[in-house]
Write a protein that binds this ligand. Structure first.
Ligand code: NDP
Ligand code: 2IT
Length: 448
């Protein structure tokens, strides 16, 4: 069987064994289909059973999460943790609380996380989890009770050497605090390294909050530099207005660019004078309000509940909200308006059809598993600090983050050049570089 036919057969089997899990199929297809040149050079990874092992999570947990709301009504959610691959280290990856969460979404995120974490070079395996719990509109007390119930089941599977969750959509410092408190209470252990994304005052790392957004901008900066360009004076759109988006805006502004649009699930905002970051943080981080509140407070800013921010002319687009939010027609619009580079702050925000449009137009495209690796990389730095009972300064941590992002960028390009004779093929570069690191460890550790 040719390598191509083998990959197709493995993919067909992934679809058959995981029915209805569209996002997982999509993520698996993207990785598997870029591995052909890697398997041609390393035929041992095309042996029967190898890719099949890679695509089958080591462990999948699904559990009931009952909790009582402020009215005394019992609510029941579903919790997930997919421990996908531990070849390089303890399972590592965030928890997502959003009503759309299901097993297929968690599996897609866990699968991506394997290669992303490998790219950081930091000794972390891949996992992801979450719940279909919707924190929107819930009081702090409700969120606390939910987190306590969630951890009461999950704690037995965690440990600083076993599985280390962090945040993702709907999970930030507040939720990590409640989850940590319950873990500590049940286990009677102050095991700081069991969760990352903790507040800085008690075991959290400086720059972890900023890391994903900052890292995505560093990655885009490196991509632009390959063409002798920079952020200086550039118009940028950033989708979302959560943790990743806010700190992407902050770093773009620090580098002399101007973010003219951002969004949330209720619509998008255009502010041609450049997003006012203090106001954005106040609306989204302090008040947890809708984005329209920003437009109400800022003359000249326009909020639209319909349409898309990808129709706003820009030089750089940073999708930082959620999967499959940037579709073919959005990519066509961005290209028509002269976009130079797109870097994924979110996980898989661009559909495969959109990525094809960017590729055909010669637009620089940084895939999420490379461009947003700064978040999990800084989580690994948090684990290092916890293990050493040490605290690094903000500057020290950010400078390590910047070095890691530059290294990830270089590795994508050199791998793409070696395996596809096209250094601009960041998708292939990221997939192959991450895969080779995991594959080598899996082979050395035997059939497990
Ligand atoms: P947040 O919950 O802080 O923010 C998410 C943002 O995206 C919000 O503005 C939210 O709008 C918007 N959004 C979420 N779901 C949808 C949807 N279905 N439709 C439209 N808008 C939506 O999450 P993060 O910023 O942490 O995560 C954003 C992305 O980045 C995710 O893909 C995540 O997996 C990825 N990521 C996060 C990392 C991290 O360290 N946090 C690390 C690497 C990747 P609203 O408030 O209206 O829901
Ligand atoms: O998608 C991701 O990389 C994250 N949500 C961060 C994971 C982590 O463990 O910091």
């Amino acid at each position: 069987m040719s390598i191509r036919a083998h990959i197709d057969a493995v993919y067909d089997e992934v679809r058959r064994r995981n029915p209805g899990e569209a996002e997982f199929h999509q993520a698996a297809a993207e990785v598997l289909h870029s591995l052909t040149p890697a398997l041609e050079r390393h035929p041992e990874y095309a042996e029967p059973g190898f890719l099949e092992r890679l695509c089958e999570p080591e462990r999948q947990l699904i559990f009931r999460v009952p909790w009582v709301d402020d009215q005394g009504v019992v609510r029941v959610n579903r919790g997930f943790r997919v421990e996908f691959n531990s070849a390089l280290g303890p399972y590592k990856g965030g928890l997502r609380f959003h009503p759309s969460v299901n097993l297929g979404i968690v599996k897609f995120l866990g699968f991506e996380q394997i290669f992303k974490n490998a790219l950081t070079g930091l000794g972390i395996g891949g996992g992801k989890g979450g719940s279909d719990f919707d924190p929107k509109g819930r009081s702090d007390a409700e969120v606390m009770r939910f987190c306590q119930s969630f951890m009461t089941e999950l704690y037995r599977h965690l440990g600083e050497h076993t599985d280390v969750p962090a945040g993702d959509i709907g999970v930030g410092a507040r939720e990590i605090g409640y989850l940590f408190g319950q873990y500590k209470r049940i286990t009677n252990r102050y095991e700081a390294g069991v969760l990352t994304g903790k507040p800085v005052g008690w075991g959290g790392s400086h720059a972890r909050t900023e890391a994903t957004g900052y890292g995505a901008v560093y990655f885009a900066q490196e991509m632009l530099a390959t063409r002798g360009e920079s952020f200086d004076g550039r118009r940028v759109v950033v989708s979302g207005s959560g943790n990743v988006a806010v700190y992407a805006v902050e770093k773009v502004h620090a580098l002399g660019g101007r973010v003219v649009a951002c969004s949330d699930s209720s619509g998008y905002l255009v502010d041609d004078n450049g997003i006012d970051l203090d106001l954005l943080k106040d609306v989204k981080e302090v008040r947890r309000a809708r984005l329209s509140a920003y437009a109400e407070a800022r003359p000249g800013a326009v909020f639209s509940a319909r349409g898309t921010l990808y129709d706003v002319p820009c030089d750089v687009a940073l999708p930082c909200a959620t999967q499959n939010e940037l579709r073919r027609e959005d990519a066509v619009s961005l290209v028509k308006n002269g976009v130079r580079a797109v870097a994924e702050g979110a996980n898989m925000p661009c559909t495969p059809e959109a990525v094809e449009v960017f590729r055909d137009a010669g637009v620089l495209f940084g895939p999420g598993k490379a461009a947003n690796a700064g978040g999990v990389a800084t989580s690994a730095l948090e684990m290092q600090q916890n293990a050493a009972r040490d605290t690094w300064t903000f500057d020290q941590t950010e400078s390590r983050l910047a070095t890691i992002m530059r290294t990830v960028h270089t590795e994508c390009r050199t791998t793409a050049d070696t395996y596809a004779a096209d250094p601009d093929d960041y998708v292939l570069g990221a997939n192959v570089a991450g895969f080779l690191r995991v594959a080598e460890a899996m082979t050395a550790q035997g059939v497990i």
